[in-house]
Design a protein around this ligand. Structure first.
Ligand SMILES: [Mn+2]
Length: 623
């Protein structure tokens, strides 16, 4: 399997050196910050401290109108129903809204739709039931922005509605107060649904409300789980929220961390994303999300334990269902004739697949095949599909182009859902592949690795560097974990671990041991790496606690073969350093690296000119 290519953004090194001096950082950490757009010392300091500005909640949509009608409803003794969604963001936003409204003395109930009978968003039926039961105001969270007809119907029934949401609006908006990131002049439109609800909470309880700050744990969970960019206000909310989560008083979150084996003291974005969020989502994937909401809301320890155990069980079931579908989908693709496997986008379906997990399986297949994938599950009547894409392909746009075969579709660039008649599947698969054929180049199907810094030859991988890079956390969309590249390594003591699944080895550079490495899921590559040779290792640096000791460890992302021509080109560059008159290309490389005698050393792979000469040696001879 191809390791693809790696790329690196340019870095004005003088700026990095200056930043390193100003903030007392290493050159490596400073260059990562510069490459991520935090070259200005003040901005970098604010970024590291997680002190991005929190904006005025009143700027968000029709905030004052929403606040007024909530206050009026409470004063009139109207019952308020919070209407959420079945995923982590929708559930956390519902819990937060209930807690804020209770704080204001409101009579509150909640409603979460089921993925299976009602589906996403507001339904007319639910609103009719609420009106009948004497509810006076519906507050939507994490949904509602496209519910134009439903809101109209609600008002006919005498039900007031306030929509809070962060999804993309359609051309027409519901006729009611809307607190949403779009359309709005709000300076940071990337909040998740719970983030939007938090701003409404600030408008109702005051920006410095102690109560609200206690519930930042919910905001951190949702912000990380909903995969919104972890920059700007989201970064501040996630950092403050993770701290709140570490000492949360919610019995449900304490119990959930216990069953998920997460140490509250060191909980981070990775543990939220990979351990806590899947358990909260499991209820809604396999059935009704109620158990997850009750867990977050309960004040009873015994009930919290019971619900956490229930989610643990559901999550195990979810995992089993997911593994089964994943294996079946891979088996299908492997059996396809060569021509079909060469398609640039895949549509795969199964009659007995569970529609609650096809989205996660589609993501796994995108990782595996590096192309857009739509997975379709058979149900009575219309079949349901879920697609995931690669960055260069607009999935929602492509579905639009194939819409003649679809009954319904919706979503965005990276992820979308659809429903389809069984007989429409073959022609849809052909049309979808044809779209990808037209829009995707073969290069775009090659996995790319973005490198944040190339290690100089004498760089040491120390615990201090680990700790420095960890200051950039929490990592996620918009702020990925830092990827370093150690070029020209030899790999020693290779062994598989975890029943052959993973690979463990030691990395040697320039004849010195640079550290222990673990490559998750790469056990099958044992023989490839056993070959004599040199490798460029892309990895993230992690503190590894083991047996009472702590040491830096390389968590390997990809291993590339070192270019055969590297030594020759490097030899030429070295001779040019001492030459009386330098060739123009050599001078260009020295200028890009901004190296000078006695200054910080930089690896030539950080120079674009050097990399292009390596890729095309003819360019050097031509000069
Ligand atoms: Mn959401």
């Amino acid at each position: 399997m191809s390791e693809g290519i790696w790329t690196i953004r340019p870095c004005p090194h003088r700026q990095a050196s200056c930043l390193a001096r100003e903030l007392g950082l290493s050159e490596i950490a400073a260059s990562v910050l510069v490459r991520r757009g935090y070259g200005d010392p003040e901005e970098a300091r604010a970024f590291l401290a997680g002190e991005q500005p929190l904006h005025d909640p009143m700027l968000l949509g029709a905030m004052s109108e929403a606040v007024e009608s909530i206050r009026a409803a409470i004063a009139a003794g109207k019952r308020i129903c919070v209407h959420g969604d079945y995923d982590v963001d929708g559930i956390c936003a519902t819990v937060l809204a209930v807690l804020v409204l209770r704080e204001l003395g409101a009579e509150v109930e909640w409603h979460l739709p089921s993925r299976f009978d009602e589906g996403y968003g507001l339904s007319g039926q639910t609103l009719e039931r609420l009106a009948e039961e004497g509810c006076g105001l519906v507050l939507t969270v994490d949904c509602g922005i496209t519910a134009v007809d439903e809101v109209r119907r609600a008002r006919e029934l005498g039900l007031d509605v306030i929509v809070t949401d962060h999804h993309r609006p359609a051309d027409e908006l519901p006729e009611c107060p809307i607190v949403a990131t779009r359309p709005s002049d709000y300076p940071f439109p990337e909040l998740c649904g719970t983030g939007v609800m938090y701003k409404l909470g600030q408008a109702l309880l005051g920006a410095d409300s102690e109560t609200l700050r206690r519930h930042l744990d919910l905001v951190a969970l949702a912000t990380i789980a909903d995969v919104v960019p972890l920059v700007g206000e989201n970064r501040s909310l996630a950092i403050a929220g993770l701290r709140t989560l570490a000492r949360t008083q919610k019995p449900g979150l304490q119990a959930l961390m216990k069953v998920a084996r997460v140490d509250p003291a060191t909980v981070d974005a990775g543990q939220v994303g990979f351990r806590l969020a899947p358990r909260i989502n499991a209820a809604g994937r396999l059935g009704h999300p109620r158990a997850a909401l009750e867990l977050l809301l309960t004040e009873e320890r015994a009930e919290a334990r019971r619900l956490a155990d229930r989610l643990e069980e559901l999550n195990r079931d979810r995992q089993a269902v997911e593994d089964k579908i994943l294996r079946a989908a891979i088996a299908q693709v492997e059996e396809w004739p060569e021509a079909k496997r060469r398609r640039r986008a895949y549509v795969v379906w199964g009659e007995d697949w569970h529609e609650g997990v096809i989205g996660i399986v589609a993501s796994r297949l995108v990782e595996r095949y590096n192309r857009p994938v739509v997975l379709i599950a058979g149900t009575d009547g219309l079949w349901k599909g879920s697609g995931r894409s690669i960055p260069s392909f607009d999935l929602h746009g492509a579905l639009g182009a194939c819409s003649q075969f679809l009954e319904r579709f919706g979503g965005h660039r990276a992820a979308a859902g659809l429903s389809i008649r069984p007989e429409g599947m073959e022609p849809f698969a052909d049309a979808f592949a044809a779209q990808a054929e037209e829009l995707l180049t073969p290069e775009e199907l090659v996995p790319g690795t973005t490198v944040d810094a190339v290690l100089p030859r004498d760089a040491k991988l120390t615990l201090a560097l680990c700790q420095e890079l960890r200051k950039l956390a929490p990592f996620g969309l918009g702020n990925p974990d830092v990827t370093l590249l150690a070029p020209g390594c030899e790999l020693g003591d290779l062994a598989t671990v975890g029943e052959g699944k993973h690979l463990r080895f030691r990395v040697h550079r320039n004849g010195q041991d640079a550290g222990g490495a673990i490559a998750f899921g790469q056990g099958t590559k044992l023989d490839r790496y056993r070959r004599e040779g040199r490798y460029d290792v892309a990895f993230r640096l992690q503190e590894n606690h083991w047996n009472g000791t702590v040491a830096p460890q390389l968590v390997v992302r990809r291993v590339f073969d070192t270019d055969d021509r590297f030594d020759e080109l490097y030899g030429w560059l070295r001779s040019q350093w001492d030459a009386e008159t330098r060739e123009a290309q050599a001078q260009a490389i020295f200028d890009e690296l901004e190296v000078k005698a006695g200054g910080p050393k930089r690896h030539p792979l950080e120079s674009e000119t050097f990399r292009s000469l390596l890729a095309e040696p003819a360019l050097l001879q031509a000069a």
